[in-house]
Structure formats: C-alpha cells, structure tokens
Design a protein around this ligand. Structure first.
Ligand code: PLP
Ligand code: ZN
Length: 500
C-alpha cells in the first residue's frame, strides 16, 4: 500500500528515522562506550556488552495501543528495508539509516498450530514458529541482518574499503554470516571457523556456496570460539558471533513477531527454545522486556530454555542457583544430536543471568525456566513432529521435548499455550534423521531408534520384469507394457491396495 493510502495519523510514523542514541553497556563494570566502533567485549574489564538506547524513554511517549497500530499498518507497507526484522525499527537499532539496511528476506516466519495428534501427545496446545524458513534456514539470519546492516553503515560512514568478518560456528552462524557478507561483497569478505566434522554436510555447503573462506579446526565449538576471540582481540577483523551485541538486537525480532502474531496477547504463552551459546534466549527475553516496558504487551510470557543432558551448563546453573546461588561452571560437552546447541561455555551467560533477574523482577514472579532433556527425547520428538506436518530440526525437537518436560515439572500449566522455536530447517540436520532411520548412532549419543518411527525407501525391482528402462534407453511397445503392469502389480501388493 502507498503511504498516501494509509490513515492520515499514521503516515508520519510509517517510515521511521534514526532517532535512537545507542551505547554499549558493559555487564561487568557498567561502563558505557560509543557505537562508532565495533566492540565485542569491554575494553576496561573484558566482560560482554549489551546495546541500549538512551532515548528508549521517548518511545514510551507513544502509547502501547498506538505502537500496536503502527506495526500493524507497517505490515502493509512495501519498503524493502522495513519488510524484515526492521518492521520494529524503533525497538531494534534506531541508529542505522534505512538505506544502509541489508534485507535478504529474514523474519516474519510463520507460526504453525500443532495438529490434534501432536497436542494430545505433548498434553497442551502449542505452535511451532518455523525459523528454519529464514534465508539461510535458521534464526541466525535475524541477528546477522542487524549486525551486517550496522557494519554496512559504519563502513560507508568511515569509507572503509576492506573488512574481514569472521565467526566460529556450530554450523548456522557461519551459513548466515557468509550469506549476508556475500551480499556486501564490495567491501566485506568473510571467513568462518568450524569444528572439523562437527557440522552437517548441508551446513558446510552453505558458506562454501556463498564464497566464504572456510577453515576447519580440530576440537568442538568452544575451542573454535577461543581461537576466534583471540583473532578478534589481536587482529583487524569484525566478529560476527553473538558476542557481537548487534546480533542480539536483531534476534529480539523473534519476540516482537510473536507479540504481533498473537495480537499482543502473550500472558498465557510459554516460549520454548533451545539454549546453546545463549544469545537467542538473551534476545528473546530482551525483546519481550522492551515491548512490556513500552506498554505494547501488558504481561510477559513464560520462557522455557531447553538443554540436552550432553551440553547442559545453563540448566545446571539454574538448578544450583535455586538452592542458594553459585558461580557459573562451564561443562565439557558430549556428542549431541542438538549439535547447533552443543556448547559447554556459553558466551552470553552473563547476559542471561542479568536478564533472567530483570525479567522475573518485571513480571513479579518467576517466568523463566530451564529444563533438561535426553538425546533420545530430542530425536524422537523431532521425528514425531515431522511425521505431523512440521519441518523441525533436532533443536526444534529439543523444544518439543522441553515443552513436555516443562509441563511435567509444572512450569507450564494446562490451558497455557506453547510457542516452540524451531530454530532451523530440518534439511540442515538430515544427518541425524539418517542416523535414526538407519540405526547408526554411536553409543555416545545414547539414542536407540524406535522401530515404528524408522523409515526407509523400498526398491521395487521384481524378478518378473526382465528389462528395466535405463537413462537414454527407454523401453518401447510390449516391453514397456510389461514393465508398467508388473511394477503396478508389485507396488499394489506392497501397499496392500485392492483392485477396482
Ligand atoms: C545457534 C543455534 C542454536 C542455539 O542458539 P544460541 O543463541 O547459541 O543459544 C539452536 N538451534 C540452532 C538451529 C542454532 O543454529
Ligand atoms: Zn567492563
């Protein structure tokens, strides 16, 4: 719709201006730093940072009701830069001029209601939000769109000709970083550092296809992260891991979309998501808090973070914190089918600790929970979800297993509604589906496929057919008739279908 077709009152609000005043805030020493440089950690004390908008209070001068209408109208506006996560521009990064925004189709992923069979199985109504339908097939694109828009902005501002963006990755960060960097190819090159053998073939193919330099190193993600941190400290590179707080801002759009998709009624919702490096749960909490503080939603939804038994440092922390509070202790990870979340020392842990406190304080009660699930439950849940019309990855399966756990634990109550983050597309994690179907899990995974959930193709090549068609050698006449009839008969037998 064209601007002059909108109601008069909303026209001035449709295309926002960069009126924010953003600063990095250190979560250790509380020091603030200007955003003219790309910082990942505090130059004073080394702690992680979050970005805040000093003009946020100005947003509160507009009523919650008005904001809801602005976002609903903006949905009808056709303007590339505002078509994705920046529909919520004022609440994300209101310092980036619109013409610097990189939009590759991220955001506004569908929420899909679980069918009756799945609801019964889990014991509660729920939806999947399919973040695998982002351009590089994972939620990471939300954060990357924001980080790369910012880098694009400062590079143009300072006339930088040559930026090397790097990241460590469990697979999806690198796919996303490489995709967005390739779009800005004139000044930005990307290099990704992966744990050798610990990303799926599809995830490896993605940065290769985008033309990034792909470096594989021995070890697990946590080892790659250490190398990349040292590179970012000692060399001129732009770090694209979620240590980069611009990514957190972009990922907050997940919460904004849920609010809008449910007509801003989220008090009875429980958002369920896997925790790996903990950037996502940081962003999801941060997003809802912002909308709550601005009066756009009138209650905070519950949030349930899920971890596998094989990579569970955040779960352990909250288990122990509930009995008195302890220091965070990283764990050594074991192989996990939720490979994208297989992280023992999440870089965003200080952010999580701070935001969980702020969230529960704002809600006036405990609204954040962390549950732990078994590898077996993750795999079974993914397979079952996908046998019921979904496209969940292993981490999406982890969300579903986590909702069941949260219900059993009484964290989520009957009558509430789950919204499960299906963080990537199932096609990225085919390896694990194959291992399940072919019963090829090593004992370290602790997964035994359920017979009734396995599936395999059946080769139909009956002895009654003497000649089969080959590429370039089609059958003809009687041979063709024989082939078709015998095959049809054989297939009808296998499927047990009756003749008319
Ligand atoms: C990165 C990732 C996660 C973990 O998210 P964090 O922000 O690291 O906690 C979960 N699932 C998928 C598919 C991912 O790519
Ligand atoms: Zn500091």
């Amino acid at each position: 719709m064209k601007i002059d077709q909108f109601p008069e009152w909303v026209r001035p609000y449709l295309v926002p201006r960069p009126e924010g005043d953003m600063l990095y805030r250190c979560l250790g020493c509380e020091e603030k730093f200007g955003i003219e440089q790309l910082l990942y950690t505090c130059p004073e004390c080394g702690q992680v940072l979050l970005l805040q908008d000093n003009n946020f209070s100005k947003l509160r001068e507009t009523s919650g009701e008005k904001w809801r209408e602005i976002f609903d109208y903006r949905r009808m506006l056709n303007q590339q830069s505002l078509n994705g996560i920046f529909r919520y521009y004022e609440f994300i990064a209101p310092v980036i001029p619109l013409d610097r925004i990189v939009y590759l189709g991220e955001g506004h992923t569908p929420v899909i209601e679980a069918n009756a069979r799945l609801k019964e199985l889990v014991g509660i109504d729920f939806y999947f939000k399919n973040d695998g339908l982002n351009p590089s097939a994972s939620f990471k694109d939300r954060g990357m769109a924001c980080a790369l828009s910012y880098i694009n902005h400062i590079a143009k501002e300072t006339d930088i000709k040559d930026v090397l963006a790097i990241c460590a990755s469990t697979g999806d960060t690198s796919a996303s970083a490489a995709l967005y960097a390739s779009y800005l190819d004139d000044f930005l090159k990307s290099a990704v550092i992966l744990p050798h053998g610990k990303v799926t073939p599809q995830q490896l193919a993605q940065p290769l296809g985008s033309g990034a330099k792909v470096l594989e190193i021995p070890g697990v993600f946590d080892d790659c992260m250490k190398v990349v941190e040292t590179l970012a400290e000692d060399y001129h590179v732009a770090l694209l891991n979620s240590k980069n707080s611009w990514r957190i801002l972009g990922q907050e759009s997940f919460s904004f979309e849920i609010a809008q998709d449910f007509d801003y009624q989220v008090n009875d919702k429980a958002i369920v998501l896997p925790i790996g490096n903990a950037g996502n749960i940081t962003a999801v909490m941060g997003g809802f808090l912002k909308f709550y503080e601005a009066g756009i939603i009138d209650a905070l939804p519950k949030i349930v973070g899920v971890q596998s038994e094989h990579a569970n440092p955040v779960y352990r922390y909250y288990l122990e914190e509930s009995v008195g509070g302890k220091d965070f202790i990283p764990v050594t990870v074991q192989p996990s089918v939720a490979q994208a979340a297989m992280i023992g020392n999440p870089v965003s842990m200080p952010r999580v600790i701070e935001l969980v406190r702020a969230y529960n304080r704002a809600a006036g009660e405990r609204r954040i929970f962390v549950v732990e699930v078994k590898e077996q439950e993750i795999m079974d849940s993914m397979i079952i979800a996908n046998r019921n019309g979904n496209i969940a990855c292993t981490q999406g399966g982890e969300s579903m297993a986590g909702l069941k756990k949260a219900l059993q634990a009484g964290y989520v109550l009957p009558g509430e509604v789950g919204i499960l983050d299906s963080t990537a597309h199932m096609l990225k994690f085919l390896t694990f589906q194959e291992m399940y179907f072919e019963d090829r899990f090593g004992s370290e995974f602790e997964v035994t496929p359920k017979h009734e959930l396995r599936n395999a193709p059946i080769l139909v090549r009956p002895d009654t057919v003497s000649k089969f068609p080959e590429p370039g050698e089609p059958l003809e006449g009687e041979e063709m008739d024989r082939f078709v009839n015998q095959m049809a008969q054989e297939i009808a037998g296998i499927l047990g279908i009756e003749k008319k």
